[in-house]
Design a protein. Structure first.
Length: 275
């Protein structure tokens, strides 16, 4: 497990340019429409509320589309990621759109040291971030360290139930195959592709990931000194999580084609640091 950061970073570094070129990240829309926001940020706009003038840390920001979106909503935004190649794309996006966003290259666990403790009004974490971290309690401590008293966490994440499922069977059955709860050992995947439309081919295909149960995430935040203020489960995700079983809606979200109410695919959580 000691080399999971190196293994995962190689995977993300190699995919950064392909993600920036893919229509799924809609970089061209950011360049042509000064009011454009990422689909991930737009999905939660009502829940996010007014962020004008807030100091915001976006953890595991990847190529910065959500980070720039938060800036466009009026926040003073800093993005952090461990992938230098991803941040090169993020900085290029910010420069080309005139967004005054800072991007910092560091492991998420080092965020309080490199960004500053008790500095932020809002810590934002977008979809698909927690699965790359082996210990959700350690992450919750990072969030608490970054926030000012009274500051809040905003998290939208893949639902741990979705992460337990194997690929759909020929008869359409959804089978629980993988751990729901956090385990010490990672799930090791070796897949040639990525989650966006691209014709690129990759050499670094192995990743290490972990699941974190919903109760584990909530309890870790409570124990770190945050109080839960929102928890909403959604029957959709912004990527095709179960190919062949999903359909895309008008907002770009994917749901089960057959009885989508059977499966929570993502959740939105907010928590506030105690004074």
């Amino acid at each position: 497990m000691t080399d999971y950061v190196t293994i995962n970073r190689a995977n993300w570094d190699e995919r950064a340019a392909a993600h920036a070129a893919s229509p799924d990240y809609a970089v061209d829309r950011f360049l042509t429409d000064p009011g454009y926001l990422s689909e991930v940020v737009r999905f939660d706009l009502d829940r996010l509320g007014d962020v004008t003038g807030l100091d915001v840390a976006h953890l595991q920001c990847h190529i910065g589309t959500d980070t720039v979106s938060l800036h466009r909503l009026g926040a003073r935004t800093t993005g952090l990621d461990f992938s230098g190649a991803s941040l090169a794309q993020a900085r290029a996006l910010a420069e080309r759109t005139g967004a005054a966003v800072d991007f910092v290259e560091a492991d998420v666990h080092d965020a309080p040291t490199v960004l500053g403790r008790n500095r932020f009004d809002l810590v934002y974490t977008g979809i698909g971030a927690l699965c790359w971290l082996p210990n959700v309690r350690r992450w919750a401590g990072v969030v608490a360290d970054l926030l000012r008293p009274g500051g809040r966490l905003f998290l939208r994440e893949g639902h741990p139930m979705l992460s337990t499922l194997d690929d759909p069977r020929p008869d359409g059955t959804l089978a629980v195959e993988y751990p729901y709860f956090e385990r010490p050992e990672p799930l090791v995947w070796d897949g040639p592709g990525t989650y966006v439309q691209t014709e690129a081919t990759f050499q670094h295909t192995v990743t290490h990931s972990w699941n974190h149960g919903l109760g584990e995430v909530v309890t870790a935040l409570l124990d770190a000194g945050l109080d839960l203020t929102m928890l909403v489960e959604h029957d959709s995700a912004p990527w095709d999580a179960l190919p062949g079983a999903m359909v895309r809606d008008a907002h770009g979200e994917w749901r089960l084609a057959d009885r989508p109410w059977r499966l929570a695919q993502t959740y939105t959580l907010q928590a506030r640091r105690r004074d």
